[in-house]
Write a protein that binds this ligand. Structure first.
Ligand code: OAD
Length: 241
């Protein structure tokens, strides 16, 4: 791991308000596959056949097979040191909001409280027609399952081409942020990725934690390259222990 920048350690120690944007890299060390890259989900699966409303209309059984498989995967893994380090930050800073693109629920399982799930939750099930949730279904959802309105139940996640209702809440969490952490995201999916630059333009220091550079890196204040299960706990240790 690269040496931690002392300015970043100081920025964390002094910050009164922190916001975090996380992506699939946060859960990678738990064993949840990321989306892009050689081992990524979108390498072997076409997102337009699995993660769009059109795909669901065309072949709901196939979409449910994919999401039930992802549910099974997530149920068999545990939060890692990076999830716990972010919970630790939340406990030490007066105000901290964690905005995640992840749908796996691992941050909640690690104890996150102020969490905005931008892309929904893998374990939510909503009606395709009226969007009403059903909470009485088993974790592995039998297909077809129906809503009381007669509509088919679908995964409660945001698909490509759909609006991101929680984005406004995420934006509202940014003003006054001293430090914005971008954790394990390729920063390729909008509107999530735009949050980092919006935070920077409104005066936050922005630090990225990733295995490799992203399209954002050159515009940010700090970049820490390495696995977040190591780099985030190391940053916490340097700032607070
Ligand atoms: P990606 O798969 O696009 O990117 C994961 C990022 O994590 C990459 O930049 C990796 O380099 C980095 N990474 C992987 N393992 C890491 C580790 N151990 N430590 C640090 N970094 C690591 O995932 P997201 O950016 O989350 O949306 O993708 C954004 C959205 O695209 C997802 O929410 C999903 C996807 O399609 C929808 O399904 C709507």
């Amino acid at each position: 791991m690269a040496e931690l920048d002392q300015d970043l350690v100081d920025a964390l120690r002094k910050a009164r308000k922190i916001a975090v944007l996380s992506g699939a890299g946060l859960s990678a060390e738990s064993g949840v596959p990321t989306f892009r890259g050689p081992e990524g989900l979108w390498k072997n699966h076409d997102p337009t056949e699995l993660a769009t409303a059109e795909a669901f209309r065309r072949d709901p059984a196939l979409v449910w097979e994919f999401y039930n498989w992802r549910r099974e995967k997530v149920l068999s893994v545990e939060p890692n040191g990076a999830h716990r380090a972010l919970v630790d930050i939340e406990a030490r800073v007066s105000e901290c909001t964690h905005i995640t693109q992840n749908v796996d629920g691992l941050s909640q399982r690690a104890g996150a409280r102020r969490l905005i799930e931008l892309h929904g939750n893998l374990f939510a099930t909503i009606c395709f027609d009226c969007r009403r949730p059903r909470t009485d279904l088993p974790e592995i959802v039998p297909h077809p399952s129906y809503c009381e309105c007669g509509g088919l139940m679908r995964p409660g996640v945001v698909w490509f081409g759909e609006s991101v209702p929680a984005f406004e809440t995420a934006l509202a969490a940014l003003p006054g942020t001293d430090l914005f952490l971008v954790v394990g995201t390729s920063a390729l999916v909008q509107p999530a990725a735009s949050l980092a630059m919006i935070a920077k333009q409104s005066g936050a220091h922005v630090a990225e934690f990733n295995l490799e550079p992203t399209p954002l890196t050159a515009s940010l204040d700090f970049a820490v390259h390495g696995p977040v299960g190591t780099t985030l706990p190391a940053l916490m240790a340097a700032a607070f222990h």
